[in-house]
Write a protein that binds this ligand. Structure first.
Ligand SMILES: *[C@@H]1O[C@H](CO)[C@@H](O)[C@H](O)[C@H]1NC(C)=O
Ligand SMILES: *[C@@H]1O[C@H](CO)[C@@H](O)[C@H](O)[C@H]1NC(C)=O
Ligand SMILES: *[C@@H]1O[C@H](CO)[C@@H](O)[C@H](O)[C@H]1NC(C)=O
Length: 463
């Protein structure tokens, strides 16, 4: 709570109800809610800390006494919970006597510390990991839970609040961490508690004794600069100490070193490849590896091929944390770039200039994490690659009806398929690709050059 004070004090405090002291389950009638908000004057950056936040049937309530008239209740200000969807928190008032009526047959469960948060695009690893960072920053900044050495049993719990927006079609039914075992492993480095959705807390009354809600001044969520301008006018970078603490804690948890790449190091180059069936799989990584070994022999300690989907979270983190240069394409696995050593470099290789804006993710991540790394964004020009979301094809029931040969042909080249074999196959596409050495070599040279000179920049090489 000392940390909470350093966050909250010094701002205009909006004081809520007088809080009653601690109660047991037998004494819900005595509970009252109160709140304090760091009030920057805007819902976008407001963070409120609520005492005795009540969750019943997927709704958030402040508990009041029956005799407090509606207009005498201090109004909780607007709190933005999802900037991209412009969602405000919905918090209503509930008189404790009504709560007591609701209680027949319901258990009261207490959560000591809770972070209420939207987990946008929860079906994607990249965005799930940014939700994890946002949670970890609140756990540290508000609740003072910053270090790996602190017991995870005493860490706050993440409670999800997202609605049916931004990639979570049915949040109540979507078991986020079960869907992402690697994110669950990462989460256990912070807290041992599960991350339920408020809609999943049915049949019980949940009282969060100290709940935090709101985005705050910094927002480590993909800025979406292409679709929603204005993000960077509102949000500042996370504070350096906070992300340094986060990286250190995760590295310690995974048994990884926290290295800083030195200009004179012999370098570990890693090529990150997606699975053969995942789309955007690079078909010639072994050959590329040999070329790197021969053309850059003087610079290199080792060249590794990383297949993230074959590794657990700690193994992924260790692989990235010991890489001086990562060669990758646009992929959710790029969330792991938050664990690369300071002073390292990334080559993001995409297949067409129309998807080059995909580099935004990496730019955001390296900047927000204060990594002092270089990014070389580069693309080849292959018009067959424009359709890169192969998932929309292989999730079709029709895909199951294809023969093995047809499936293989589809993975590499759809020429053997006719239009009616899969829905949406009305143009040629080719979701896997070959790295073109003529494109990759100068990009890699530039990335190594950045390490040698310490001139860390983001640059994009047109063809
Ligand atoms: C290269 O990888 C090895 C093995 O993981 C590690 O011990 C070493 O520190 C790494 N070197 C650099 C420069 O990252
Ligand atoms: C960034 O890295 C370079 C060398 O890799 C180093 O000289 C420089 O001091 C670093 N800057 C910061 C702000 O850490
Ligand atoms: C740093 O690198 C960028 C891009 O590669 C280049 O434009 C710039 O001139 C370099 N700065 C220095 C001081 O070398």
């Amino acid at each position: 709570m000392q940390q909470a004070c350093s966050l909250l004090c010094g701002f205009l405090l909006v004081l809520g109800f007088c809080a009653a002291s601690a109660q047991g389950p037998e004494d819900v009638l005595g509970l009252r809610s109160s709140f304090e908000c760091e009030d920057g004057g805007s819902a976008d950056t407001r963070v409120c800390q609520i005492t005795n936040l009540c969750i019943v049937n997927g709704k958030l309530y402040l508990l009041t006494a029956a005799d407090v008239a509606g207009d005498a209740r201090p109004k909780i200000p607007d709190i933005m919970v999802n900037w991209h969807a412009q969602r405000l928190a919905r918090i209503e008032y509930l008189d404790v006597h009504q709560l007591a009526q609701h209680m027949a047959g319901m258990q009261v469960k207490y959560v000591e510390q809770g972070v209420l948060q939207h987990v946008a695009w929860a079906n994607n690893f990249y965005h799930s990991m940014e939700a994890l960072v946002a949670f970890a920053m609140k756990a540290c900044q508000v609740f003072g839970h910053c270090k790996a050495s602190e017991p995870s049993a005493q860490a706050p719990q993440l409670i999800r609040t997202e609605e049916n927006d931004l990639g979570n079609p049915n949040p109540a039914a979507f078991d986020w961490l079960a869907h992402h075992p690697t994110v669950a492993q990462a989460m256990r480095c912070i807290t041992q508690h599960p991350a339920p959705h408020i809609l999943g807390l049915q049949g019980q009354i949940t009282i969060v004794r100290s709940a935090v809600i709101g985005i705050g001044r910094s927002n480590r969520i993909y800025s979406g600069s292409l679709t929603r301008p204005g993000f960077h006018d509102i949000y500042v970078l996370p504070e350096r100490w906070l992300v340094d603490d986060f990286r250190e804690r995760m590295a310690q948890c995974a048994g990884a070193p926290t290295l800083v790449v030195q200009a004179s190091d012999r370098l570990n180059i890693s090529i990150v490849n997606r699975g053969d069936g995942a789309g955007r799989h690079m078909l010639n990584v072994q050959e590329t590896r040999s070329r790197i070994l021969s053309d850059f022999a003087q610079e290199i300690d080792r060249v590794r091929i990383i297949r993230p989907e074959e590794l657990d979270f700690a193994e992924q983190l260790r692989a990235y944390a010991t890489s001086s240069v990562i060669i990758t394409t646009h992929s959710a696995a790029n969330a792991n770039l938050m664990f690369i050593p300071k002073g390292s470099a990334v080559v993001e290789y995409v297949w067409h200039k129309d998807v080059a804006p995909a580099h935004d993710w990496v730019v955001d991540l390296l900047t927000d994490m204060h990594l002092n790394c270089s990014l070389v964004g580069v693309h080849q020009q292959d018009h067959r690659l424009l359709e890169w979301r192969r998932e929309i094809f292989y999730r079709q029931p029709k895909f199951e009806e294809l023969s093995i040969t047809q499936k293989l042909a589809f993975y590499e080249n759809n020429e053997d398929l006719t239009k009616d074999m899969l829905d949406g196959l009305d143009h040629k596409f080719h979701a896997n690709f070959h790295l073109d050495w003529a494109v990759l070599r100068p990009a890699l040279q530039r990335a190594i050059g950045a390490i040698r000179t310490g001139n860390h920049t983001f640059n994009f090489m047109p063809l």
